[in-house]
Design a protein around this ligand. Structure first.
Ligand code: MN
Length: 610
């Protein structure tokens, strides 16, 4: 009786206690120590708690070496030690993921034209090149289920370069346990480049489990993936892009999660293969959650402390996937209806599948121990149909899945409101039949941390309109300059009595405490940016991380830049705007915004030593 009680207790407390230990170890959670000290008390009951915690910690540590899960399934080390050793000995161009030393001749435009990345460099690197094992060190000791489902790896492509496509295939074959690869399916979306025809078929004939499918006309990425998935024979479908490199032991960690819960969609961590020199490295920020803003641009947000794991190499939940790299149980993918067949060409499909899996009883995770490199192109080398299909796709996703939240998109993209999304009855029926939850549920249970970074309703701005300098009477002007070009002083448009189309003199000091061109309803995604206490002030892509784009508009009318502890200054003679040591009595450091919201400004300045 006692034992039964114990196990019951063990199961239901497991999560809570791990959470507590996780927090206490990583951030010294005071509640936990309070809890522990209580548990140390003399009475029998609290001693029981204490022993339970110790047991938990001990079992956590032990689990690393224990070949069994709690449910009695055997686990094993899936690393291919021999292949890892062979890789480590490789030397040559691009080996170990090192940048290829480019000459000027290789840097020419021609190298990028057909692929969007430097194909000359790609051609000089071995198809079997080695990659650095940049996984979290804990990944080296992880065991996964001995019995894993096998997978079809679907690789759609359109006019892909020869060496980049082949390196994708080679990396999968070289770094996957052969018994887990049911097949690799290359799906050609109507390419016209010669090397992708007979030459590719002849080459792939040496690999019995590589198949080539071809569309009969240009179908676009979404339908090409669907064609591959519909022909797949594996238990799991793994989608990859056609210019990827799979890293050490990438596959077992993905399949393991699906084996444990077939409704989990898993994504590898996507590393960056440089489009110039093919060096291999992590993305900025590495492990982050997938998110979106309310114009439906894909975004990444930090993992909140509540979701951080004791072991940072453990899988974590992600609200939306980045796009083309994920694995899903084949039957579950079709139960979810695959992709909405009404989606055209490209775009929005990652939201559709992500919302669908979360809202309809599944889940989605990123797997830090599974890493796949991807070449982020310099530009897309072929014609992508214009915005219409993307807008239509996004509207379909919003109409079918986002309920009342679709309104937030239409407010920012009024042109979507009356755009036809086509017939969505089948999609709505599917949502009904699968008994899917509401988007409100998704926002409150899954993406609850998103509004902090991308609020559906934009909080009020602190100041906006022209920014007039007190000393010179001139205004800040972008002159429609390119990104990175410095801001200038210019005679104020308002004073000229005529329209001045070549000027941009309206700015918003936004709720993010950055300054952007545009009025509060229509800000651009460029921000005032300074890199030192004496640098010019330029416009740069807003990174949303405060830092060198954080400004204070102080009561003395100075624009203070906390990172460099300096103030925005200007000189009338050369009309330059630059950072300088603060001197609040200098009129050239005083700026007047046309409009201010004193409540918001006071809130911003409250925590500041003025
Ligand atoms: Mn790609």
């Amino acid at each position: 009786m006692k034992i039964i009680f114990f196990f019951f207790f063990f199961n239901c407390c497991h999560r809570v206690i791990c959470q507590l230990t996780a927090e206490s170890l990583s951030v010294g959670c005071p509640q936990f120590w309070w809890f522990l000290s209580l548990s140390r008390g003399p009475d029998k009951y609290s001693r029981f708690w204490y022993s339970l915690i110790n047991f938990q910690v001990a079992s956590y540590v032990r689990q690393k070496k224990d070949p069994y899960f709690g449910d009695g399934q055997r686990k094993k080390d899936w690393h291919n030690k021999e292949a890892i050793r062979r890789d480590s000995e490789r030397v040559g161009n691009g080996e170990q993921g090192k940048p290829y030393p480019m000459t000027d001749a290789e840097r020419v435009d021609q190298a990028y034209r057909e692929n969007g990345f430097n194909i000359f460099v790609s051609d000089k690197i071995s198809l079997n090149r080695s990659l650095p094992d940049i996984r979290h060190p804990n990944c080296k000791n992880k065991l996964y289920l001995e019995k894993l489902p096998n997978t079809s790896v679907i690789i759609p492509f359109h006019n892909e370069g020869w060496s980049s496509l082949l390196r994708t295939v080679h990396s999968v074959l070289n770094r996957s346990p052969p018994e887990l690869i049911a097949e690799i399916v290359l799906v050609d979306d109507f390419s016209d480049r010669e090397h992708l025809k007979k030459r590719l078929e002849d080459y792939m004939a040496q690999f019995p489990n590589v198949r080539i499918l071809r569309t009969k006309k240009r179908e676009g990425l979404i339908r090409t993936r669907m064609l591959g998935a519909s022909m797949a024979i594996g238990d799991v479908i793994t989608f990859l892009d056609s210019h990827c490199e799979a890293n050490v032991n990438w596959l077992p960690p993905l399949l393991d999660r699906i084996a444990r819960n077939r409704k989990t969609i898993v994504c590898p961590m996507i590393d960056v293969i440089d489009h110039d020199h093919f060096g291999y490295e992590t993305q900025a920020g590495d492990a982050m959650r997938g998110a979106f803003d309310w114009e439906m641009y894909y975004k990444r947000i930090p993992i909140p402390p509540e979701l951080q794991k004791l072991d940072p190499s453990d899988p974590f939940e992600s609200p939306v996937m980045a796009g083309g790299l994920f694995a899903v149980d084949r039957k579950w993918f079709w139960e979810l209806g695959g992709y909405d067949a009404g989606l055209e060409i490209w775009g929005g499909e990652q939201y559709e599948i992500s919302f669908k899996v979360w809202m309809c009883g599944g889940r989605m995770e990123d797997i830090p121990c599974s890493r796949v490199g991807h070449i982020y192109r310099k530009y897309v080398p072929y014609k992508v149909p214009t915005g219409v299909s993307l807008a239509r796709n996004l509207k379909r996703v919003a109409e079918v899945w986002m309920d009342e939240y679709a309104e937030y998109i239409y407010q920012r993209r009024p042109e979507y409101r009356h755009l036809s999304a086509g017939d969505v009855t089948a999609q709505k029926e599917l949502r009904n039949n699968l008994n899917c939850k509401s988007f409100k549920w998704f926002m409150s249970e899954v993406a609850w941390d998103l509004p902090k970074f991308y609020p559906p309703v934009e909080p009020p701005a602190a100041a906006w309109g022209e920014i007039r300098n007190v000393g010179t009477g001139l205004c800040v002007d972008t002159k429609h300059g390119a990104l990175g070009s410095p801001l200038r002083l210019e005679s104020c448009v308002k004073d000229r009595g005529e329209a001045a189309w070549n000027n941009v003199q309206v700015f918003t000091f936004s709720w993010r405490e950055d300054i952007r061109p545009g009025d509060p309803q229509h800000t651009k995604k460029f921000c005032f940016d300074a890199i030192s206490h004496s640098s010019p002030v330029t416009l740069y892509d807003c990174h949303g991380m405060k830092g060198n784009q954080l400004w204070r508009y102080r009561r003395d009318k100075t624009l203070y830049h906390p990172v460099s502890s300096s103030c925005m200054d200007c000189s009338e003679s050369d009309r330059k705007i630059f950072m300088n040591s603060c001197n609040p009595s200098s009129p050239t450091q005083q700026w007047i915004f046309e409009h201010t919201n004193s409540t918001v400004l006071e809130k911003f300045n409250r925590n500041l030593d003025l």
